[in-house]
Ligand binder design. Structure first.
Ligand SMILES: [Zn+2]
Length: 142
């Protein structure tokens, strides 16, 4: 495994992983970097995850007033369970945070954008099932 950077899901600091034998915990807060849960982020944290993660990142732009998103909520959480340190699942509440959504021109909700090396590689603007989310995440793993 080559050197790579991974952003902590708890404190959002950037970790440089240099070898497979290195402890896979955050050097700052000691949280497990293999975090198989969707992470709620704000504009600032979201920007760090997109810019700094060498692992693929999914961002779910949602609104609590959006029926399709709320219907997808559990599926998104369940899909994240299969991808601890290989794909980071983020979700950002666009009722509160609009900066990142504006930057990427997100108009329809829910929208899921996939990033690799901070570049957008895929975008889907509809409710996805857990199976579809799994396929999307799997497609990001080289
Ligand atoms: Zn941390």
């Amino acid at each position: 495994m080559k050197n790579f950077t991974i952003v902590c899901s708890e404190c959002h600091s950037v970790n440089n992983i240099k070898s497979e034998t290195e402890a896979f915990t955050c050097s700052k807060c000691q949280a497990d970097l293999d975090h198989p849960f969707a992470v709620e982020v704000n504009d600032e944290n979201c920007t760090i995850h997109i810019a700094e993660n060498d692992i693929a990142v999914l961002v779910d732009f949602y609104s609590t007033t959006c029926g399709p998103y709320m219907a997808m909520y559990d599926d998104y959480e369940d899909a994240a369970l299969g991808f601890g340190s290989t794909v980071r699942f983020l979700k950002i509440n666009t009722d509160k945070y609009q900066e990142v959504a504006r930057k990427y021109g997100v108009s329809a909700l829910p929208t899921i954008i996939a990033f690799k090396s901070s570049k957008e590689v895929n975008r889907i603007s509809k409710q996805l099932s857990q199976v579809e989310l799994n396929i999307l995440a799997q497609s990001l793993i080289a």
